[in-house]
Design a protein around this ligand. Sequence first.
Ligand SMILES: [Fe+2]
Ligand SMILES: [Fe+2]
Length: 392
Amino acid sequence: MSGPAAFLSAFAHALAAMTLYAAGHPARERAIDDAFQELHDLQAAAPNALFTFLGDEIVFGNLPVRELKAWDWSRRLAQAGIQRLEFADRVSRDEFEGFLDEVLARLTLSAIDTSETHQLRRSSIRFGSVGVKGDAGQAEPPVATATISYSLGEEAETVRWFQDAVKSQGVVPLTEAEAVVRSLSIAMHSDRQLVIPLLQLKEFDQYTTTHSMNVAVLTMALAEHLGLGARDVRTFGIAGLLHDIGKVRIPLDVLTKPGRFTDEERALMNAHPVEGARIILKSEEQLELPAVVAYEHHIMLNGGGYPTFRFRRDCHHASKLVHVCDVYDALRTNRPYREAWTQEKTLTYVRDRAGVEFDPELAGAFVRMMQQWEPQLAVMTDERTPLRPAGT
Ligand SMILES: [Fe+2]
Ligand SMILES: [Fe+2]
């Protein structure tokens, strides 16, 4: 098989393996390694590898790839808006896996608008629909569109659905949780600059949904800001999304109570980290990190908060990270018992509590990130409204 055809079949094999096997599974890793190796070999001969998928036809550069005549993936990719795929220069393994993840999410989540061109941030892989920019045969890469036409409606719907599923069945549907995180990550990377899409709470009873999504987005942004790899960023994102899952055990009237809690209600509230960890561990062994984060996200650096440890120990890095994002989003939101704080007041709080409540390095990084990326915050008052960065 020629280089382009060999790469494409390895690429399809990797996508199939990724739908079957969870991250870390040897069969999945092997399939990704193989595809990555094929790409590497292909780029040794053709550094700017450009594919075009047009229904049944596949074009590599200007030449049709005939060996894959009945290749089902060409149609599927085209339908998902990936009609053009370009590997501009050296692609890292991490970048490649992140790209595969995004392609999978596009193939599976209908919420995604397929009409625009995508570019992974700091990435040498571009993909999108044909005709965004000129002739498909041209070497010039397509340019990412300036405005984003995502809404987070489908994601919010999925989060509500899996929260209900947790409530009734006691286990977390992992595939859906992962799909939401992937899709949020795509929304964050759909422009040339990173976008931080945050939902504004409208109804108090929706708090756990909007808050979970916001914490997932902020956690991924901070993890990325700190230079973590794509896979870790997404695992941290799942931990952010699931950190309050234990709240499904708390009646809504307690969750939305405007006044002070009784001792009993307080005890119920304070049990959500332990409950959450229990639910997550019962659901899926591989969700070990999200379980740890659910358990630890209310524990302060100085040992305060809850639950309390009988023997003091350090919390996981991911827990400390989620803790900062969690407090930030909670303070920025209108609650039944107080108004939302301003951005400035909230960031001052985070800074002031560094070394006491928050890990000082993470608190500092969070504040710097929020200041630096302020124009990229996209606060959406309606989950169905397409999001735009604040600067546009
Ligand atoms: Fe919490
Ligand atoms: Fe929270």
